[in-house]
Write a protein of this length. Sequence first.
Length: 753
Amino acid sequence: MDAADGRKSEGTGRIDEASLGREQGLHSWLVGALAIARYHGIDLDPTTFRLDPATPVPSPAVLVEWIREQGMWAKAVRLKWQQLLRLETTGPVLLLMKDGGAVLMVEADAARNVIFVKEPTISGGGVTVPVDELRLSQVWDGEVVLIRSQRSDEEQDISLSFGFLSKLVLQERGILRSVAFASLIITFLTIVPILIVFSAIQRVLEYGSMSTLLLVTIILVVAVVLDAILTHARGNLLQVVSTRVDAKIQLFVFKRLLSLPLDYFERTQSGVIGQAIGKVYQIREFITGRLLETFIDATMLLILLPVMFFMSATLAWTVVAAAGLIMLIIACFLRPIRILTGKVSAAESRKFSVLVESLHGIKTVKSLALESARYSQWDEYVAQAGDLRLQAGRLALWPTTLTLPLQRYCQYGVMLLGGYIALTSKSNAEIGSLMAFSMISMRTAGPLIGFTKLMQDFEEVRATMGEAQAVLNNPPEVRGIDRGLRPVFAGALEFDGVSFTYQGSQRPALDDVNFSVPAGTMLGLVGRSGSGKSTITRLLQGISRDYSGFLKIDGVELRSINLRHLRRNFGVVLQENFLFRGSIRDNIIGGRAGLTMEDVVRAARLAGAEEFIERMPNGYDTFIQEGSPNLSGGQRQRIAIARALIVDPRLMILDEATSALDPESEALVNANLKRIGAGRTMVIVSHRLASLVDCTAIIVMDKGTVLDVGTHAELVERCSVYRMLWLQQNRHMTENQGNTRHGSPTPVLAQGD
Ligand code: ATP
Ligand code: MG
């Protein structure tokens, strides 16, 4: 290990005072947090606490974030004395002092108006002293960090459902109440002018009363202005609601997506996943759009219906009957529409997958000139989707067409009927009130029909919801991520009868694998393609945990280890490594808190990347585009190695990390391997045996089983498969030794066995 790595404290869970005491205040904060965690039965690893160089002064937010990363629940709040007294907690509370120190509040006694505090110590010992409000206020201004163990599955187990989405919307009920209130007034404002106009117009005409006309005009203008203002305000509120709900949904969806296990993404087309995410927004639009609209309409009906019945019960009933008929017609179409919508959706998914796949593999598409093949596939799916869409659209036209006459009845028909009733009953109904009624009935029919439209849309959204759920409600990996042991790793590996079969596969990828290596081993893995080398590294990273047998790291069964902790202690470099958009430095740091430029340079040096980075015009600030086209394969690989090394992992996995490199870059990386491997366990998968010669142990895999374990010299001696591979790859050397030009290696191989 590098001398600069002193910050890693060895030993288990004991606090190395020097390693923590970067800041005077930090020390007691951390100790306090550790003590509370221990109270809850969890040992935090203080060595993982790092401060961002940009903000070297610790803030409650940084502490809280760290505690959360460690899998506990934490929250920084500001409390008043009275709140502190009444705090309902199940454990000690961390009070942050003005001077940067901290104390633990272990108990509060509201009756006596005192709290009991003590200095934080890891052991949990120490003297408890009572403190009253006055004394505390001199040293404390209200900052508190609440810490407890993760409540059982709290938010992680929330899955996507209508219930969940509605809950998100209902969280805005304060605003929704205002919306409803505004809607009531708006409705009122639209009815009153109608009533006034039609009752007054006759008088104006009969008596030629200019002043009445003026009054009516003023009232109308005021009503219209108010109406406009309120409608605007309501629109504003609705925007706020949908934006907030949208933000919450987006956070939820992304978190949920990231929590899905890797093998889910391997099994599922990325198009399907992308499509499903898009669907969530359709659902959101339904909820904040159509659903809210209907909700507003419902409040309008509350006013409109009574007014209508008051004006003319007979006419009102006919309107209600017409609306009922409309609902019936639409209801009949619901099922066929739903079936067709489902088909459209599936076709769209297929189409989308072609698009995503083509973009994803655009290099292959271009270099193999597959454009036309991809295009014709796209063409086919577009046609299929278009066809279905046309059918669905045509079908959806029918209910609209069939209900149109009924809708028109609500608008004009009632007037004719009203006229007829007025004539036959000889009552002197005024033309004004008849027109008023028809205008109101027009407004009533809309919301009534809206309910049925809502049902129709709901059917569509239900299908959509199913698709989104199929992706997002897969069991997340989170269970393992946030639970389990957090041992301090040394790096001894043990496979004890491990077998593993991939989902949907018949043959086991690993079949009763047994081996064990001590910490600090440089372990090589060789074997034919498909022999299970990568599978071993995947199991080690906890990507798949449903293996049989036992896989132990330092004697601790992997299934009981906290996944996040495990992966933080691993550095992994694959054949193809993804570099994110951003500077080289950002890529090496990878967003992990508390890493400095010094760490970056140290990691780059160890990875053999320093020299080429420094030759670049902008050095560590060189910007890397998506897909890193401005870097060579070797450079990309060395950055990836630096990225893995920067956290000084105890375990390092290199899976064909140098296979795609040119001999020179490969030699460079290989030359560093020994230095990289010092002080950690390395698992190196490589097809090129030459890069494994220095390994402390090499495992030869074949068809999922371990064929042999030994050093290079031993294996050449006794393992035929290894010897054959070695001779194949180093033919030229053998030839040179034997001085046989064009000599075939076959005789040598034949001797193998
Ligand atoms: P290579 O040298 O080609 O990388 P490998 O030794 O790393 O090969 P593995 O990737 O471990 O081989 O694969 C072992 C077996 O498991 C293979 O038969 C492969 O077909 C199968 N396999 C690997 N990954 C999956 C997967 N995601 N789903 C199903 N089967 C898989
Ligand atoms: Mg592999």
